[in-house]
Design a protein around this ligand. Structure first.
Ligand SMILES: Cc1cc2nc3c(=O)[nH]c(=O)nc-3n(C[C@H](O)[C@H](O)[C@H](O)COP(=O)(O)O)c2cc1C
Length: 220
């Protein structure tokens, strides 16, 4: 295992949504996927009872089928004004330029998801779905898998691999469950990420508002 020389803050602040810089032609060793899942399992779990699962898709025909579903969902998303990444006004010319670049990157992945050498679908395997559940149960079930997936993505970045958190395929979650044999009623998919070596390993922190914009000291 060789890791990039990134300190914790650098790792946390340079793990970007990678799309155009994914190397679709270079295979990802299974051993690296296992290492990332091992790291992911160090994340917290409600009642110390982990219910996380990772579906790792390498099969070319399955990747192609999932990629086509993602492409169709992305087409629907592109028509959602004010929701589609490219339709959001960020307020300044500089921020809008950045938003347009992000949109072009998202558009690219919309067409190419199925070309990634590996697709990763983290799941909540709590034996039930969050649909219709009280907030506490929803937060607990999602809390058992979302931090784990972020840990996976950080571990991937440390190994020279790129990921991108996407949720659009969940419009067609059942169709993807059917392709992969996931029991839809008891195992809930939470996102879909490509996994590939990145073209180059230099990624920068993104511009974000200052912390004071979102901290509410003592009262909202
Ligand atoms: C809940 C969530 C859903 C997202 N869904 C998608 C998606 O479906 N497709 C996509 O290309 N990116 C998706 N993203 C990635 C965001 O577009 C990306 O994180 C954002 O533009 C900021 O870029 P950065 O992560 O590189 O800082 C999603 C991110 C999150 C957290």
């Amino acid at each position: 295992m060789s890791l990039l020389p990134l300190n914790p803050d650098q790792l946390l602040s340079t793990t970007r949504a990678v799309r155009k810089r994914l190397d679709f032609d270079r295979p990802v060793p299974d051993a690296l996927v296992r290492e990332c899942v091992d790291i992911a399992q160090q994340s917290p779990s409600g009642s110390n009872n982990p219910t996380m699962a990772f579906v790792v898709v390498k099969d070319a025909a399955k990747r192609k089928a999932i990629g086509e579903i993602y492409r169709q969902c992305f087409e629907i998303y592109k028509g959602m004004d004010g929701v589609y990444i490219g339709s959001i006004d960020k307020g300044t010319a500089e921020a809008n330029d950045q938003q347009r670049r992000s949109a072009a990157s998202a558009d690219f992945l919309g067409e190419r998801m199925g070309d990634a050498p590996v697709l990763v679908i983290p799941c909540s395997a709590a034996g039930m779905r969050t649909d219709g559940q009280a907030g506490m149960f929803t937060a607990s079930m999602m809390g058992n898998i979302l931090p784990a997936m972020w840990s996976f993505m950080l571990a991937a970045r440390a190994r020279g691999l790129g990921t991108a958190w996407t949720t659009l395929h969940l419009m067609q979650e059942q169709a993807v469950a059917d392709i992969l044999g996931i029991p839809f009623d008891t195992v809930q998919q939470v996102c879909l990420s490509p996994l590939a070596y990145t073209k180059g390993t230099d990624f920068k922190p993104a511009a974000r508002p200052s912390a004071d914009n979102i901290i509410h000291w003592d009262t909202w």
